[in-house]
Design a protein around this ligand. Structure first.
Ligand code: GYE
Length: 307
């Protein structure tokens, strides 16, 4: 019996791990790079990946997670489109004894036993970094400094936290005011559309565009140029992600500062998956190391960028 047990154990350890991953969508350059990172890291780690794109809809993510439970995958990972509403489906995963790992975006649940760990950036700190750049840039300017904000997907962790981080910093100085704020859903088309409206309504009245990602910043740049405004000069543009597109816009003088957010989470995710299956204890939060890039350094740094 002992021998049979040992050989069963060896077999279990050798068995290929199956990971079910539910992605938000394909809304941005960040997301494309993230998908690519997950898809290439899985085979490199010897993990069998099942992948589903939710097209930015929570209901599609819930369906994908339920199907992974039905298929009895070893681990479920997902990048939650919004923060709330996950308890029921995660209870089902827990009842099926399938560990869940969050990547990229956090969720808001009371019962934190519903997921093992969260791998990704600190969006609140990113928002503070954007705010601190503004504080520094305008330190000798008495203001008023009027900000228009292009928010990410409504209810998503990066939209909530990049907004909250900005507010935390600028509320110390009443010269800063967010005069308008609207969601462009993290897409270029969304950013352009919202900015077209802002450029009309607030013509000559805004000093800063604070865009929650590069795609929306690039859309806003197009809208401003069509309205005869020079982004990066007449208006300071603060953005997030630091993708190739964002870097090129800095090199072209149109984005002033880009707060880095790395999408290259695949290798860390695969390691966490292996550790969970091996029964190792994981930290509750695995943070990504990031920095802030300013226009003056963009041309020099751009060739080293990986997404
Ligand atoms: O900033 C944006 C993407 O969740 C960090 O989602 C991610 C955000 C990223 O669509 O470009």
């Amino acid at each position: 019996a002992v021998v049979a047990c040992a050989s069963f154990g060896a077999h279990a350890a050798d068995k290929q791990i199956t990971l079910g991953f539910s992605q938000v969508g394909a809304e941005s350059a960040w997301r494309t790079a993230n998908t690519e990172s997950v898809k290439s890291a899985a085979p490199a780690a010897g993990i069998n990946l099942k992948f589903a794109d939710a097209q930015q809809k929570q209901e599609n993510q819930i369906k994908a997670i339920r199907s992974y439970i039905a298929q009895k995958v070893d681990v479920i990972a997902f990048s939650p489109v919004v923060e709330s509403g996950w308890e029921p489906v995660l209870q089902e995963a827990k009842a099926a004894k399938i560990p869940v790992i969050l990547t990229d975006r956090n969720i808001d649940v009371k019962d934190t036993s519903l997921y093992v760990t969260m791998i990704g950036s600190d969006f609140l700190e990113e928002g503070r970094r954007g705010g601190r750049w503004l504080e520094e840039h305008y330190k000798d300017n008495p203001g008023p400094i009027n900000i228009v904000e292009l928010q990410g997907t409504v209810g998503s962790a990066p939209a909530n936290d990049r907004h909250a981080g900005l507010v935390e910093i600028i509320q110390k100085d009443p010269k800063f005011k967010i005069i308008a704020s609207q969601s462009g859903d993290f897409t270029l088309a969304g950013g352009k559309q919202v900015m077209e409206a802002f450029a009309k309504t607030y013509a000559g009245k805004y000093n800063v565009v604070y865009a929650h990602n590069d795609d929306m910043a690039l859309g806003a740049i197009q809208a401003m140029e069509e309205a005869g405004v020079h982004p990066g000069k007449d208006v300071q543009v603060v953005s997030f992600d630091a993708t190739h597109g964002g870097f090129q816009a800095m090199v072209d003088g149109k984005i002033n500062v880009d707060v880095e957010c790395s999408p290259l989470l695949g290798p860390q995710l695969m390691q966490a998956v292996k550790d969970v299956v091996a029964g190792k204890e994981l930290p509750r939060r695995i943070k990504t190391e990031e920095t802030v890039f300013v226009q003056a350094d963009a041309a020099k740094i751009m060739p080293t960028r990986k997404y």
